[in-house]
Write a protein that binds this ligand. Structure first.
Ligand code: ATP
Ligand code: ATP
Ligand code: MG
Ligand code: MG
Lengths: 258, 258
């Protein structure tokens, strides 16, 4: 069946959106069918996949009055990658969702029929940099959580916050099946000791949950979004593209094992 | 009197906290008295200034039952820089504040007596990466807004979002005096064309609002927080320390002009 994975970290700028887009396109190259759901009002995953921000086409209405999301799914330029886009108003719906009954389950209700239809191999949820209602909904709707983690000190401080939230969501009964898919180290800068130290410390705390693959800091990854292209189209031979291809194979192997 | 400046940008990881800490310490070197208020539940400004995250010592209670904040102010290791720390529970208070009357003015009420006492030359508010209740409170309590802006494409997309919010807060009457203090370009990487293009585009849209100073990408800035020190103590001769010292003089000159 379909596996739903939330990509979240409340620390900003750690590579959540870059990981969602790159993982989706690399898995599509390996023949998988992927749906990306952009839950961030900034709609970076939407523009990074080359689609315009379209007011009125996001999950906003579906979250408040659960309806099938088929009508919201759009094709992207990448074979095997579809998208539910975001819009700015998504930020406003957090206050409205908070007043709904079972406010944590709005997204799960909308995604469940799709997940059960096995139309996609993976559904990837790109979360905003906060632990607000949209991220909580994503964790409640997910089978597992992937945490991109920048090789910097502030990001290290925040890692236990998101993993504690995973435990709370699991233990509260909101989503008993939720587990940690893994921790992906990003923006690894070979020129500094700091990156090595952070990786060492994360491996000590999280052991095997940390992927082997280290995503290097690579300027081509930050150039690609300005062309609305994933790294595999923008510069297929870059160190960023190679690292995400390596990661996507490691991700599939591990995801299949559970 | 005291000037209150909100440092905000909903895009994550653009250098908000680094700018708050660096600007505070560089202005203290020039003899100013600065209060930093950490409004981010991640409490990075608190740890970056060398203080532990202390549950029960943040603004949380003061925002819900307005009380003088003198008891929350802590001294830091830097002469001339005081801090109101953050704690994780701050995230929880957004939902509670939303239910309060005049929910946008909670922070303004708490800070007003302090601003009127002229005990500090500047009060700097470090905001979380979102446009939620805490950031809206910060903009309502501020005289002006400083927007750190990473020299990357996704950050460029988001710039009009925060400046539109400034206009709405001003025009709605929530804070008629609010103005744009300026846009500071951060993490400028001299090795890439992308950074040059982004700076050029921002200057075209925002003209003189963009500071002359460009903060370079400098690994020493990302190492300093792991020692709980601002850049001026950690590596006073680094390109990061020099750039923020240059910026602090430009900031004071412009702030005094209004
Ligand atoms: N490995 C990398 N090397 C260089 N630049 C990168 C890398 N990964 C991401 N970037 C760039 O760094 C910035 C932050 O990445 P991204 O936007 O993906 O993070 P995020 O966690 O989704 O941010 P937010 O918290 O705002 O949602 C972007 O400008 C992106 O292009
Ligand atoms: N000019 C710079 N050069 C290199 N690294 C930097 C620079 N400025 C900030 N950093 C590092 O980049 C990361 C992001 O910076 P910072 O945490 O200050 O951004 P932020 O906007 O406050 O993030 P958030 O959105 O999570 O609050 C941190 O690890 C910081 O140490
Ligand atoms: Mg993102
Ligand atoms: Mg910050």
């Amino acid at each position: 069946g379909t596996k739903t994975v939330g990509i979240a970290n409340q620390k900003g700028g750690v590579g959540k959106t870059t990981t969602v887009i790159s993982l989706a396109t690399c898995m599509a190259e390996l023949g998988r069918d992927i749906l990306v759901v952009d839950l961030d009002p900034q709609s970076n995953a939407t523009s990074g996949l080359g689609l315009p921000r379209q007011e009125g086409r996001s999950l906003y209405r579906a979250l408040l009055n659960p309806m099938p999301i088929d009508s919201l799914i759009q094709k992207t330029a990448i074979e095997g990658v579809d998208l539910v886009p975001a819009e700015l108003d998504l930020a406003g719906c957090e206050v409205e969702i908070a007043r709904a009954d079972e406010y944590l389950h709005c997204l799960a209700k909308v995604l469940r029929p799709l997940a059960e239809s096995s139309r996609y191999d993976f559904i990837l949820l790109d979360c905003p940099p906060s632990l607000g209602i949209l991220t909580m909904n994503a964790l409640t709707a997910s089978d597992s959580l992937l945490v991109p983690m920048q090789c910097e000190y502030y990001a290290l401080e925040g890692l236990s916050v998101i993993t504690n939230l995973l435990d709370r969501i699991k233990q509260s009964g909101a989503n008993p099946r939720l587990r940690l898919e893994g921790v992906l180290m990003t923006m690894f800068d070979t020129r500094t000791n700091l990156a090595e130290q952070v990786v060492k410390e994360v491996r000590e705390h999280f052991g095997d949950a940390v992927y082997e693959t280290l995503i290097p800091r690579n300027v081509r990854l930050s150039e690609a979004p300005s062309f609305g292209q994933p790294i595999t189209l923008y510069d297929s031979h870059s160190s960023g593209a190679r690292a995400y291809r390596f990661f996507s194979r490691e991700f599939i192997k591990r995801a299949r094992a559970h």
